[in-house]
Design a protein around this ligand. Structure first.
Ligand code: MLC
Ligand code: AMP
Length: 509
């Protein structure tokens, strides 16, 4: 069908001959068939081409979660473009960096942000700025679609060609654009659909955002590869998920989903009787959550491990023991080793080291950052994840920490360095240390420890105002502490472990 386009062909195959089958049920109960999905995606491709998108050109989008956004993703792939989704929470100053760095040909934003983002897009020399509303029904993009008369022009895209760029925050403050090829996305989707036994009978409850690898590529690409269908929800909502369970078979979520669902009065074995699989990832799932879920529902949550740069690497088995506190085995075709972070030497089972990964799932490097790429993605094909892990004698891998200074809050990554730079620039602040503290809902929450010239309400106000104006909500400190000085070791390095210990009870329930 789309034989010349590697990823589109992979995502389309299962529905060829089954075009009338359902792809998604929307929040208003409207239904979208595979036929409608792909015919709209083709229209999107034609519209993008009309707006100047040629193979390899970036299409950046910061829009709400609608089927039109999925069609825009597929349309970008069909047009040979590179899809660049952006968190809807990002502020104009954050978007400025992404657009300037990626230089997209087309940028699609929410109509409500158009005024603020127009100068940002102009500054980045974006050729076409289009808008699309949250429900995917309105905006200049829809007007353009309505005026499309000729079909899109087929382009040739091979496994090694780029399909997407996803920005991940950087430890040095600058976000890095992970370049994902047609081959990497296709191979991971096929592997997971098979490993987790997806079929045409499946219905996945989709409540994740679609600007990250989890909600977009893991959830959507697997569904397409298997010809399954979705209950497409705009966001996480425990009541809505419980309502959909009796007509669904799979749920994918971050640990916060399961923590919150466990508090739902209606969660019991009967409520999940049609479900066959609960998948968790993007952040550590507490063993306690795994066990409580099993007691309440009779299902063992399947925990897997991935990252933007690698797609999914490991998974607990579909058949076989799903061990709490572990992320299972390397996926078929993926190699994983645990190495001494200083020497690169492979460590014996039971010893903690850096997780390194190799396989067809890996990214192709960081956009415009050859030095960063060389530091993390070795010429041998091994990628240094910055995650610390250990492998037991039965081959189960556990993630025990991170060598990178990173906070994962509700499945979103926050790099302390970025937040510290914002706070340190505020007049009256001498320095700051940003740490992640245990949080009952988000797993970890962002907290700032600040040394101020004086501790006064005006300074707190300034910090709150500044973080509110430049940082996405999930990055903003949920608590600010003032101290006389930050604890340092003899080398002068701030002792974040000590701060984490000192304030560990901040969000205790
Ligand atoms: C929302 N808030 C958060 C937050 N989400 N704060 C910190 N961390 C988060 N993750 C803010 C809100 O803006 C709000 O601020 C306050 O916290 C309470 O919000 P809420 O209404 O309780 O949050 P909600 O909208 O329900 O969202 C929580 C969530 C959501 C967990 C459902 O964050 C989510 O869907 N996370 C999934 C992230 C994800 O898809 N990650 C995959 C990355 S890919 P205020 O100020 O208004 O009170 C990856 C690779 C891999 O990691 O392996 O998958
Ligand atoms: P991101 O850069 O947003 O793709 O996030 C990737 C990071 O999320 C990984 O490097 C891990 O630190 C973390 N992660 C993903 N899945 C898991 C998991 N199951 N358990 C613990 N950490 C995880």
């Amino acid at each position: 069908m789309y034989e010349t386009n590697y990823l589109a062909n992979t995502l389309r195959k299962a529905s060829v001959g089954h075009e009338e089958c359902l792809f998604a049920t929307l929040p208003n109960d409207a239904q979208v068939s595979y036929e409608v999905l792909f015919s709209n995606a083709e229209k999107m491709a034609a519209m993008l081409q009309k707006n100047g998108v040629k193979p390899g050109d970036r299409v950046a989008v910061q829009v709400g979660k609608s089927i039109a956004t999925i069609e825009l993703y597929l349309g970008t792939i069909l047009a040979g473009g590179v899809f660049l989704p952006l968190n809807t929470d990002y502020m104009a100053s954050e978007i400025d960096y992404f657009l300037s760095d990626a230089q997209p040909t087309v940028f699609v934003c929410d109509p409500a942000s158009e005024k603020v983002l127009k100068p940002v897009a102009e500054n980045a020399k974006v050729s076409a700025l289009l808008t699309l509303s949250d429900d995917g029904q309105q905006g200049t993009l829809c007007d353009e679609l309505n005026s499309i008369e000729s079909p899109y022009l087929e382009v040739t895209r091979a496994a090694g060609d780029l399909a997407a760029i996803l920005y991940t925050s950087g430890t040095t403050g600058r976000s890095k654009g992970a370049m994902l090829s047609h081959g990497a996305l296709a191979s991971n989707a096929l592997t997971l659909a098979d490993y987790w036994q997806f079929s045409r009978e499946d219905c996945l409850i989709h409540a994740l955002p679609i600007f990250h690898i989890h909600g977009l590529f893991v959830a959507i690409n697997i569904t397409l590869c298997a010809g399954s269908r979705l209950h497409f929800l705009p966001r996480f909502d425990a009541d809505k998920i419980m309502e959909k369970m009796p007509s669904a078979t799979v749920l994918m979520g971050v640990p916060t989903f399961y923590v919150r669902l466990l508090q739902h009065a209606n969660l019991n074995k009967e409520a999940v009787s049609s479900m066959r699989l609960f998948v968790s990832g993007s952040a550590p799932l507490l063993s306690e959550t795994h066990q409580l879920w099993q007691e309440k529902t009779g299902h063992a949550i399947l925990e897997r491990y991935g990252m933007t740069e690698t797609n999914m690497n490991t998974s607990n088995p579909y058949d076989g023991a799903r061990r709490p506190g572990t992320v299972g085995y390397p996926l078929p075709g993926v190699e994983v080793k645990i190495c001494n972070p200083n020497t690169g030497e492979v460590l014996p089972n039971g010893e903690i080291g850096q997780i390194e990964v190799k396989g067809p799932n890996l990214f192709s490097g960081y956009w415009n950052m050859p030095e960063k790429t060389a530091e993390e993605l070795r010429p041998t094909g091994w990628f240094l994840t910055g995650d610390l892990g250990v492998c037991d004698d039965e081959g189960y891998i556990s993630i025990v920490g991170r060598s990178k200074d990173l906070i994962i809050s509700g499945g979103y990554n926050v790099y302390p360095k970025e937040i510290e730079s914002v706070i340190d620039d505020i007049s009256g602040v001498k320095e700051s240390a940003v740490i992640g503290l245990p949080h009952p809902d988000f797993g970890e929450a962002v907290v700032a420890v600040v040394v101020g010239e004086a501790k006064d309400d005006a300074l707190i106000e300034k910090i709150n105002n500044q973080t509110r104006s430049v940082l996405a909500k999930f990055k903003r400190p949920k608590q600010v502490y003032f101290v006389e000085e930050l604890p340092r070791n003899t080398m002068g390095k701030v002792q974040k472990a000590q701060l984490r210990e000192q304030y560990s009870d901040t969000f205790a329930v």
